[in-house]
Design a protein around this ligand. Structure first.
Ligand code: FES
Length: 124
């Protein structure tokens, strides 16, 4: 039987193994002011290009799960196309509802493609 210390170490190791990079799109397809999304295991993730800097974010609006990649993007703020909830693309902060923070995710460009690093349970 595992003690509490052993259980903690086991969970930590599994969590770190769950981080993976996923290809989103060719980097040429993500111009400044645009966004792209991917769906993995029932969740959507989005990458936004703000003046040449890429930002990874949860891709579903916290209100009713509309795709934020299809929203209006202006001055680092994305506005959901369904009912207008607004989010800071850099921080994930929801400017409409204090309890609706989105998670941010690392992104990179490699081999002319955009990748997002996400952590999902059950990917070990
Ligand atoms: S689904 Fe985004 S504001 Fe309603």
């Amino acid at each position: 039987m595992l003690g509490s210390q052993e259980t903690f170490q086991h969970s930590t190791r599994i969590r770190s193994l769950n981080k993976r990079w996923f290809k989103v799109c060719p980097s040429a397809d993500l111009k400044p002011g645009r966004a792209r999304s991917i769906r993995l295991l029932g969740r959507r993730f989005a990458v936004f290009n703000i003046d040449g800097t890429l930002h990874g974010l949860d891709g579903d609006c916290k209100h009713m799960k509309s795709s934020l990649a299809g929203g209006k993007l202006e001055n680092g703020i994305v506005e959901c196309s369904m009912h207008g909830w607004r989010y800071n693309v850099t921080t994930g902060e929801c400017l409409t509802n204090d309890h609706s923070q989105l998670k941010t995710w690392p992104v990179k460009i490699e081999d002319n493609h955009v990748f997002i690093e996400i952590e999902l349970p059950g990917l070990v």
